[in-house]
Design a protein around this ligand. Structure first.
Ligand code: ATP
Length: 197
């Protein structure tokens, strides 16, 4: 079995590449979704978060109110680091367990899609890192269309993340995604064929 860690900056095409790989036969594990499951009520992580950030972050149905938590950590790097120290190791363990489960089922290719794969030090989970990159103007245009966020906010997000160069240095495969969707699909198909050799 091969585990691909797929990462890349905002709007660079991670989800689209995951979708293509999924259509070709890979199992896709989305770190965001695992993140949502990581702090369900009753878990150790839930308790740690409430202890760290207060009862205010608990919604009426006992789940963590992600919007409130987001507002707390948004402007406070120390709070964000605290949140990450609580949640990231839990996500690592959950993703590891899921990967082992798939291994037991004879799965051949898993794609772990994670925007923060490198930042969270999750690379021990994967056999190779693939990175999607697109130019700033492409990212701004696509992200504006998708989210409606203003250009300045998108640029601020880009600047707050690792650069394409920093990511690419750690990657086995760099997927440049400045062309159209068909061009991207052809690139992914070639990579898939290579993988299956
Ligand atoms: P985010 O980090 O914001 O979740 P992402 O890296 O997962 O983004 P996608 O969601 O795959 O990126 O792509 C961002 C947007 O750009 C989507 O609306 C997607 O459909 C579109 N897109 C991606 N690649 C292309 C392409 N080659 N041509 C046209 N549109 C594209």
């Amino acid at each position: 079995m091969k585990v691909i860690g797929l990462t890349g900056g905002i709007g660079s095409g991670k989800s689209t590449v995951s979708r293509f790989l999924g259509e070709m036969g890979a199992v896709v594990l989305d770190a965001d979704k695992v993140g949502h499951q990581a702090y369900q009520p009753g878990t150790e992580t839930w308790k740690e978060l409430v202890a760290a950030f207060g009862e205010d972050i608990v919604a009426s149905d006992s789940t963590i109110d992600r919007r409130k938590l987001g507002a707390i950590v948004f402007a406070d790097p120390e709070a964000l680091a605290r949140l990450n120290r609580i949640v990231h190791p839990r996500m690592f363990d959950m993703m590891k367990a899921r990967i082992e489960e798939y291994r037991g089922q004879g799965t051949e290719v898993i794609v772990l899609e994670a925007a923060i794969l490198l930042e969270a030090n999750w690379t021990p989970l994967v056999d190779e890192v693939w990175v999607t990159v697109a130019s700033e103007s492409t990212v701004v245009q696509r992200t504006r269309e998708r989210t409606g966020l203003p250009e300045e906010q998108i640029k601020a997000r880009i600047r707050s993340q690792l650069s394409n160069e920093e990511r690419s240095q750690q990657a086995k495969v760099v997927i440049t995604n400045d062309g159209d969707l068909e061009e991207l699909r052809v690139k992914v198909e070639e990579l898939w064929q290579e993988l299956r050799k």
